[in-house]
Design a protein around this ligand. Structure first.
Ligand SMILES: CC(C)(COP(=O)(O)OP(=O)(O)OC[C@H]1O[C@@H](n2cnc3c(N)ncnc32)[C@H](O)[C@@H]1OP(=O)(O)O)[C@@H](O)C(=O)NCCC(=O)NCCS
Length: 153
């Protein structure tokens, strides 16, 4: 039986870049939000298995800029624990709303919806206009971006 997950705040420099790129493959964007983000790292048996990053978007509004679980550790409930921890951290940081954006209409979307996040906007062509390289997931090109949010009150 593996030991429980340990999720702690950390410095941006402690986050493995390859893991961050699993969620957002454009390094300059990742570096930009790491510069002023609240970073968290999840370890199990001393190995890094997940990360997430929150950033202030507006007064009392935080955005989950990145959430990723190590490829060999996905679909074991770690992402759900990270997301619950992110909701808790956002409240602790004084936020009344947490937002997230995604280009995925697949399992990531249901992953967020299961935690109570709801779609409030669609940004057509976002990935075509803002990313220098086309992004593909399971053979499908990311084009439009969904914005989701949850009220933390
Ligand atoms: C999204 C992500 C963080 C979820 O973490 P996780 O640890 O796999 O999530 P959980 O184990 O808590 O599972 C959440 C659900 O997604 C499903 N799931 C996870 N990975 C999946 C995959 N590759 N394909 C299909 N379903 C998947 C799980 O089966 C589970 O569904 P269930 O409760 O019906 O069994 C993780 O898949 C990941 O890091 N993906 C790459 C980075 C990424 O896409 N980040 C989000 C950017 S918007």
């Amino acid at each position: 039986m593996s030991t429980p997950l340990l999720i702690t705040p950390c410095a941006a420099s402690q986050l493995p870049v390859d893991l961050l790129l699993e969620a957002d493959p454009h390094l300059p964007y990742v570096q930009a939000y790491l510069a002023n983000g609240h970073c968290y790292i999840a370890r199990r048996d001393d190995a890094v298995v997940g990360v997430y990053v929150l950033q202030v978007r507006a007064p009392a509004i935080l955005e989950l800029m990145n959430i990723a679980v190590a490829p060999g550790c996905q679909a074991q409930g770690i992402g759900t624990q990270l997301l619950q921890h992110a909701l808790h951290s956002a409240r602790q940081l004084g936020a009344t709303r947490l937002e997230v954006a995604t280009g995925s209409f697949g399992h990531q979307l249901t992953f967020y919806q299961r935690a109570g996040l709801r779609v409030y906007a669609v940004e057509p062509d976002y990935f075509l206009q803002h990313y220098p390289e086309p992004l593909f997931e399971q053979g499908l090109q990311h084009k439009d971006r969904l914005r989701l949010a949850i009220d933390l009150n």
